[in-house]
Each structure stands twice: as structure tokens, then as C-alpha cells.
Design a protein around this ligand. Structure first.
Ligand SMILES: Nc1ncnc2c1ncn2[C@@H]1O[C@H](COP(=O)(O)OP(=O)(O)OP(=O)(O)O)[C@@H](O)[C@H]1O
Ligand SMILES: [Mg+2]
Length: 302
């Protein structure tokens, strides 16, 4: 388990995480409002459909800059549907930056500038006609530190639905999301109590329930278990494998064993913001093409 205090300042602060999380579900964060055009629906995009392992997320020649500093260099990747894709690499190599490009969280970072293409179901998410709030309904996010809102468990799960104006039987949706997040049995008798009263591991599963309640297609997870103890971590890992039956999961992790255990594909980013190797997880861990990747995964650096 890593110590959050030892991390680089590249990690968003807790406050930023909360701000990002609320914008994730379309909260009335003023920084998101100019981007909103509710007349546009990402569903109306040129979506490719059907087929096992079709590509859901694709980047082409994606560069990201923060001011004059380049954080990602010419990233080309195709991420398959309904699998777990792990993103690994040393601190500062751009893993979080890449994740935040996918649902346009980097829009909230003033200094960030994106060039190239990032496609979700065939549609470039940076096209002018894409509504980032609608996009974030389809691409949910879970952060390193569990960040439930200071609300009841029930209201945490329904938060995104309400903000996005999603109708439905909320009781049913809450139960389904909490079951899907493997939390229902532990909280079904206390849905009115505060989400903040749960343990860290339970809070993270609540955040996963909140992310899946609006029924997204993709769930982005940025080191979702690194602040948790081994028992809670193992629950989250089981849950992630389970979620990939229904959702596309992209997880950033510093834990090689975790990547090897739970992912189907692994992308290795290295210092300088390059995607050095991307392949089936077994290939990356057993027989990587690049010496730099082998050195990284065998712990020679990073
Ligand atoms: N908001 C920001 N403003 C300026 N520079 C940033 C910002 N966020 C990240 N960077 C820089 O971009 C680079 C990539 O950062 P990023 O957070 O994506 O790395 P990371 O691989 O997720 O690292 P870690 O493993 O420590 O979380 C780093 O050099 C970082 O300092
Ligand atoms: Mg990071």
C-alpha cells in the first residue's frame, strides 16, 4: 500500500478529486457549464456496434501538454470493450493524464492542451459537438481516494442520476448498483446513513456504485485500491474482474501484481509520456518486446 503523502505533486489533490468527481456526474460546477450543450448526445455519434472485443476507446497521435511541458507523446492505442485494460508506468509518466483525456476531465485543468484524436465508439470526444457531461455519463470515473459525498448512501448512488436528469425507479437502480459494486449486503439496512460512515474499502465500493448507477459503458479507475488495506484491495480486484463482464474497465495501477492478476491488456507508459508497449497482459509480463519494459516490470527502475 502506497503512502499518499509520498506521492508526487502530479496527483490531483483531494479537493481537486472531489471537484472532478462532482463534475464527473455533471454537477453544477461552473467550470463545466460553458462546455455543456445538452442538445448533443454522444449516442448519436458514429458508433461502431456489436462484436466481441470491439474497440471502444481509440487514440491516434494524442499529445497532451501542460503549458510548455509535454505530458503525453503521440499515444496510439485501441482499447477493447468489456475487458480490463491496465495502465502501468512510473510516477509522472502520464497515466492519470491519459485517463483524464478519455472523459475530458482535462478540460478542467486550465493549463492542459490536447492535440490528436481520442475516439469513443468512433467519435472524437474533442469534436465541437460533443457534450462533455453526456460523455461523462457514458464514461464514469473512480479515484484513488474514496470520495463519497457527505450524503446518505442512497443519495450518493442516485446523485449522478438526479444531476443528469435520468428517470427510473431509483430504489431499483440503487439496489442494482450496490449489488453490482458488491456492497448491497453490507449496507442494505442503512441506506439512509452517511456514506462517510463507511470504511475506506466500503466507501470505494460506494464510489464504484455511484459511477455505475447511470449505466456507463466505460469505467476509468485511477489507482482505485492504492489507499486500501489488502482485504479491501482484494474485494475491489474481484469486483473489477466482475465489472468487466458488463463494462469496459481501464485501471491505472502502480501494483504490477494487481495488473497481472486482473487485466486482459496492459499498456506500459514510461518516463517522457510515451506508450512503450501495449499487448495482452500475459505477453507484457512474461515476454515483453522492449528491454525498458522488462526493466520496469522486474523492478530495475521506476
Ligand atoms: N494539472 C497539472 N498541471 C501541470 N502539470 C501537470 C498537471 N497534472 C500533471 N502534470 C504533469 O504531467 C506529467 C504527467 O502527470 P500524471 O499525473 O499524468 O502522471 P502519472 O503517471 O499519473 O503519475 P503518478 O503515478 O504519480 O500518479 C507530470 O510531469 C506532471 O507533473
Ligand atoms: Mg496518476
Amino acid at each position: 500500500m502506497s503512502d499518499p503523502d509520498s506521492r508526487t505533486d502530479s496527483q490531483p489533490t483531494e479537493g481537486e478529486n472531489e471537484r472532478l468527481a462532482s463534475s464527473d456526474v455533471g454537477a453544477s460546477d461552473p467550470t463545466t457549464e460553458p462546455l455543456v450543450d445538452s442538445s448533443i448526445d454522444v449516442d448519436g455519434s458514429a458508433a461502431s456496434s456489436g462484436g466481441e472485443n470491439r474497440t471502444v476507446i481509440e487514440s491516434k497521435d494524442l499529445d497532451v501538454f501542460y503549458g510548455d511541458e509535454q505530458a503525453l507523446r503521440s499515444i496510439d492505442i485501441e482499447i477493447p470493450a468489456e475487458q480490463v485494460t491496465a495502465i502501468i508506468g512510473p510516477s509522472g509518466c502520464g497515466k492519470s493524464t491519459f485517463l483524464r483525456c478519455i472523459n475530458r476531465m482535462n478540460d478542467l485543468v486550465d493549463a492542459a492542451r490536447i492535440e490528436g484524436e481520442l475516439r469513443f465508439e468512433g467519435k472524437n470526444v474533442y469534436d465541437d459537438d460533443v457534450d462533455p457531461v453526456a460523455l461523462r455519463r457514458k464514461i464514469g470515473m473512480v479515484f484513488q481516494h474514496p470520495n463519497p459525498f457527505p450524503k446518505s448512501i442512497y443519495d450518493n448512488v442516485t446523485y449522478g442520476l438526479e444531476v443528469q436528469g435520468i428517470d427510473g425507479d431509483y430504489d431499483e437502480i440503487v439496489e442494482k448498483a450496490l449489488r453490482r459494486a458488491a456492497l448491497w449486503d453490507e449496507v442494505k439496512g442503512q441506506l439512509d446513513s452517511s456514506g462517510l460512515d463507511l470504511s475506506g474499502g466500503q466507501q470505494q465500493r460506494l464510489c464504484i456504485a455511484r459511477a455505475i448507477a447511470p449505466d456507463p459503458e466505460v469505467i476509468l479507475m485511477d489507482e482505485p485500491a492504492s489507499a486500501l488495506d489488502p482485504v479491501a484491495t482484494s474485494k475491489i480486484e474481484d469486483l473489477i474482474e466482475d465489472l468487466a463482464e458488463e463494462y469496459t474497465v481501464i485501471i491505472v495501477t502502480h501494483n504490477m501484481q494487481q495488473a497481472a492478476r486482473i487485466s486482459d491488456k496492459t499498456a506500459v507508459f514510461l518516463t517522457g509520456g510515451e506508450l512503450v508497449e501495449y499487448d495482452d497482459t500475459s505477453k507484457i509480463f512474461e515476454n515483453p518486446e522492449h528491454d525498458r519494459v522488462e526493466d520496469y516490470i522486474t523492478g530495475k527502475f521506476g
